[in-house]
Design a protein around this ligand. Structure first.
Ligand SMILES: *[C@@H]1O[C@H](CO)[C@@H](O)[C@H](O)[C@H]1NC(C)=O
Ligand SMILES: *[C@@H]1O[C@H](CO)[C@@H](O)[C@H](O)[C@H]1NC(C)=O
Ligand SMILES: *[C@@H]1O[C@H](CO)[C@@H](O)[C@H](O)[C@H]1NC(C)=O
Ligand SMILES: *[C@@H]1O[C@H](CO)[C@@H](O)[C@H](O)[C@H]1NC(C)=O
Ligand SMILES: *[C@@H]1O[C@H](CO)[C@@H](O)[C@H](O)[C@H]1NC(C)=O
Ligand SMILES: *[C@@H]1O[C@H](CO)[C@@H](O)[C@H](O)[C@H]1NC(C)=O
Ligand SMILES: *[C@@H]1O[C@H](CO)[C@@H](O)[C@H](O)[C@H]1NC(C)=O
Ligand SMILES: *[C@@H]1O[C@H](CO)[C@@H](O)[C@H](O)[C@H]1NC(C)=O
Ligand SMILES: *[C@@H]1O[C@H](CO)[C@@H](O)[C@H](O)[C@H]1NC(C)=O
Ligand SMILES: *[C@@H]1O[C@H](CO)[C@@H](O)[C@H](O)[C@H]1NC(C)=O
Ligand SMILES: *[C@@H]1O[C@H](CO)[C@@H](O)[C@H](O)[C@H]1NC(C)=O
Ligand SMILES: *[C@@H]1O[C@H](CO)[C@@H](O)[C@H](O)[C@H]1NC(C)=O
Ligand SMILES: [Cu+2]
Length: 591
């Protein structure tokens, strides 16, 4: 089925007249609390005393009132990742862009409408504090009239019913990396040492995991070809990570290695934390998981031993289901999967490993079938802890074959094209997205939504409402990892990507020259998109979006230290139809 964007919005408009919207009040109190995570005590931002945060489960069309009481001894904000904020740009949670940050002992009431369906998450958007654990899942149950893609998986009625049941009872699986140092200690050590802090101490599944330290012989044996190329004569550290003095990974900038803190790159001490167990019942036939990456630095690969997964939604929106054994999840993306429960009863290992070239890191959980075990051996793995396939049969998700369901076709009538360079900016830990580096201090400036000229104009792009805009993101100098670029407000289409310098004046011109690099007919529709990794030379990513929601929004890399280092850009969308900010937000805290 194909629909143009225009006709889809008409359909949604009709739906909203049928739906009965509820108002959902969701209060969270933020506290700076010592917690034991991965077996080690450190202060985290707890939400109602919990880490990770409690789930927000709502229905499509609901009006959300998300109330934040900040009892931390520092400023905070909360962003609702992937939520479009149509008509509510003051509730997007970005300090200096859509609001003033929430001071200690004050509150803020975010109000927004759940226009879309699917898996999202909320997370901190103040400085690097996402890495202090402020995140929790959001799931929006689709309204009854949203067409589901499940008949592309099976035509068996019993199985289809089981799938519908599994989706309805699906759960979020929150995946993350974890650091033993707080985000502010990491940031000040970056400033003092000049290095890009790209290693983590543990991986977590629903907040559970351990710090494991591999023996030196195993680290050396597991070091991949790609890692060896970057390492030259060096070795991975005892955290199985690139050392800080690697020019290939840090660029050629001055560094003061003595300002690096233990556990940033090396200093592995094992510690035992809890392990997540997913109890399932084979009679249900399927289980549905919304795999959500709240990772700060590392890209993650997820796999379940001896099971396949049907990936059926990405970033909250249905796709034509694809069967895989493993999938790599960039920071902040959500992949919804159905796991057929077809194996003999027993325990199967669920694996989460680093997919980022700079570090080998892993954790595990257990998929446990209820009932008398029939499996009396260790399950067979699809992937290794250094993100390789164990067999020729292992199928990784191939993003290039993902097709949205239904397909949406972007316009070819593009009003503006912006060329944005991703590059280091005078130091290993400072970055650009465009012509300048978006410094952290800008978070405390007057919100752009209230004053369009409150930050330097080279960090801002301006668009008109109801126009189409192309963004060409050029990764200039290798070596750079894939950058998960997140655009706030409405989703964007991934229309093209390639290697080298994008030396064209527009996508239309490039399509003439290199049509194979573009997909304008069935492009993915996402809220975060990876740039191709720049290992040998430059790479580029072309995305297209329609301006539909006037307001000030941020676009940035979702590797937290890259964002803190300035890889961000403010978008003044629809300057010709600029919203009037309600007085309760202009002068107050929304309540
Ligand atoms: C956490 O515990 C440490 C050691 O007991 C203590 O010094 C620190 O003040 C505590 N931090 C918080 C936020 O409670
Ligand atoms: C915290 O937020 C308040 C209100 O937005 C602002 O005035 C203050 O400068 C911020 N404090 C810091 C340390 O950034
Ligand atoms: C916030 O309130 C607590 C408890 O009343 C108090 O100890 C703390 O000093 C207050 N913080 C600020 C920044 O006012
Ligand atoms: C449909 O699926 C169920 C459960 O997997 C199976 O028991 C049944 O035989 C299937 N029916 C047909 C017609 O294949
Ligand atoms: C690696 O070590 C060898 C022998 O010590 C030396 O000849 C070579 O230049 C080194 N290569 C690099 C990239 O440092
Ligand atoms: C990098 O640091 C390691 C460990 O301290 C040291 O052995 C190595 O010689 C250093 N390499 C360079 C190129 O400085
Ligand atoms: C390097 O860092 C150390 C530790 O923070 C500090 O004592 C020293 O002064 C720094 N050196 C330079 C040249 O800045
Ligand atoms: C990571 O993998 C190693 C090697 O397979 C294993 O010993 C270790 O338990 C794993 N770590 C965690 C936290 O599961
Ligand atoms: C495991 O189960 C298989 C068949 O179910 C059986 O043949 C085998 O002997 C069992 N092995 C052990 C160690 O119990
Ligand atoms: C991994 O997959 C590749 C490509 O299919 C294959 O060439 C390779 O042999 C596989 N590795 C293993 C260990 O089976
Ligand atoms: C664009 O760059 C490619 C290599 O990336 C080169 O082959 C091509 O000639 C360039 N085209 C123009 C118009 O400069
Ligand atoms: C902006 O454009 C969108 C899409 O055409 C339209 O739905 C919306 O009403 C416009 N907003 C304003 C404030 O004009
Ligand atoms: Cu990045």
């Amino acid at each position: 089925m194909k629909l143009s964007v225009g006709s889809l919005s008409v359909i949604l408009l009709c739906l909203s007249q049928w739906a009965t919207a509820a108002t959902v009040f969701f209060p969270i109190t933020l506290t700076w609390t010592n917690k034991t995570v991965a077996g080690v005590v450190r202060p985290v931002i707890a939400m109602n005393g919990q880490y990770p945060g409690p789930p927000l489960n709502i229905n499509q069309g609901d009006n959300v009132q998300f109330f934040v009481d900040n009892r931390c001894p520092f400023n905070a904000t909360v962003h609702f990742h992937g939520i479009e904020q149509i008509g509510t740009p003051w509730s997007d949670g970005v300090p200096g862009v859509s609001q003033r940050s929430i001071s200690p002992n004050t509150t803020f009431l975010y109000r927004w409408t759940a226009d879309q369906y699917g898996a999202y998450f909320y997370h901190a958007h103040h400085r690097g504090s996402l890495e202090d654990g402020l995140y929790g899942p959001i799931y929006i149950t689709p309204s009854a009239s949203v067409t589901k893609p499940f008949s592309l998986i099976t035509s068996n009625t019993s199985q289809l019913n089981a799938i519908i049941h599994a989706e309805r009872n699906g759960c979020s699986v929150l995946l993350s990396d974890w650091r033993l140092l707080t985000s502010e200690r990491i940031w000040s050590a970056e400033v003092a040492s000049g290095v890009d802090s790209y290693c983590a101490n543990a991986l977590l599944i629903n907040g559970k995991g351990s710090v494991t330290c591999l023996p030196r012989t195993q680290i050396d044996a597991l070091t991949t070809e790609a890692q060896r190329r970057a390492l030259g004569n060096e070795s991975l550290t005892d955290m199985a990570c690139f050392p800080p003095n690697l020019t290939s990974a840090q660029g050629n900038f001055p560094h003061n290695y003595s300002a690096i803190l233990p556990t940033m790159f090396s200093g592995c001490t094992p510690s035992q934390g809890p392990q997540e167990i997913f109890n399932v019942n084979a009679s249900q036939q399927f289980v549905s998981w919304d795999l959500t990456s709240a990772s700060g630095v590392l890209e993650l690969t997820f796999s379940v031993d001896e099971h396949v997964m049907w990936v059926y939604a990405i970033d909250g929106r249905y796709i034509r289901p694809v069967q895989v054994n493993a999938l790599t999840i960039p920071n902040s993306n959500r992949y919804s999967v159905l796991v057929p429960l077809t194996q003999p009863r027993g325990d199967y290992t669920v694996r989460l490993v680093s997919a980022s070239v700079q570090q080998i890191l892993n954790t595990t959980a257990i998929l446990r079938y209820q009932g008398t075990p029939q499996l009396n051996r260790t399950s067979n793995q699809w992937i290794t802890i250094n993100n390789q396939n164990t067999t020729t049969e292992t199928v990784f998700l191939n993003e290039s074959i993902v097709t949205p369901f239904p397909v949406l076709v972007p316009s070819t009538n593009v009003a503006q094209t912006f060329f944005l360079n991703v590059e280091r900016f005078g130091a290993s830990y400072r970055w650009t997205l465009g012509n300048g580096s978006y410094g952290l201090e800008l978070e405390e400036s007057q919100p752009l939504l209230f004053n369009q000229s409150s930050i330097p104009s080279n960090l801002v792009i301006r668009t008109n409402n109801n126009t189409w805009v192309d963004l060409i993101i050029q990764v200039v100098t290798p070596v750079q990892p894939p950058h998960p670029i997140h655009k706030h407000s409405n989703k964007h289409f991934i229309i093209g990507q390639g290697s080298g310098i994008f030396n064209y004046t527009s996508v239309a011109q490039a399509v003439q020259a290199i049509p194979g690099n573009f997909n304008l007919l069935t492009p993915q529709y996402r809220d975060t998109s990876n740039t191709p990794p720049a290992t040998q030379g430059p790479t580029w990513l072309a995305i297209r979006y329609q301006v539909v929601n006037p307001g000030a929004f941020l676009m940035h890399c979702h590797i937290q230290v890259h964002q803190s280092g300035g890889m961000a850009l403010a978008m003044l969308d629809g300057v010709d139809a600029w919203p009037t900010v309600p007085p309760i937000y202009l002068n107050g805290n929304g309540s």
